[in-house]
Design a protein around this ligand. Sequence first.
Ligand code: SF4
Ligand code: SF4
Length: 163
Amino acid sequence: MKIIRYITGIFKGIWTLLVGLKVTGSYFFRPWKIVTQQYPENRKKKGKHKLEMFDRFKGEVTMLHNENNQHKCTGCGICEINCPNGTIEVITRMVVNEEGKKKREIDKHIYHLGMCSFCALCVKTCPSQALAFSREFEHAVFDRAKLNKVLNKEGSSLMKGVE
Ligand code: SF4
Ligand code: SF4
């Protein structure tokens, strides 16, 4: 009896091993189905094996600018108020517009990436949809100061029609 149990145990072991290798084996014979990405080797690759980030990925908060270097940020400060971590600082200045009226505009929209928890409250609550997440994920730096970013580009201005 013992010998039968022993032999049965060996066959069971082989069977469970084959079951475990089923997925591995299927990818071995169908390599085009593999979803795992080889990072960082795939950084520069093109085509099927190039580095791919999904649209829903939250890399870092950015300010959208159009081809004329215009953004939609009015400097209202709602993103700053809603950010739970104090990650955003909106610095504004008063300017006189073409009609001679005083108007507020952003001087610097500062984003401290090192403090961001990627909750997206700033992006969702911005009344002008001025902010968005980029797919950038390589944030390693030697100097933490590099994680403090000014989101409005140099020389940029408010898009016409945005109040
Ligand atoms: S990014 Fe949006 S919420 Fe923040 S200050 Fe600019 S307009 Fe206001
Ligand atoms: S994603 Fe969240 S934590 Fe990051 S800046 Fe926006 S509101 Fe603040």
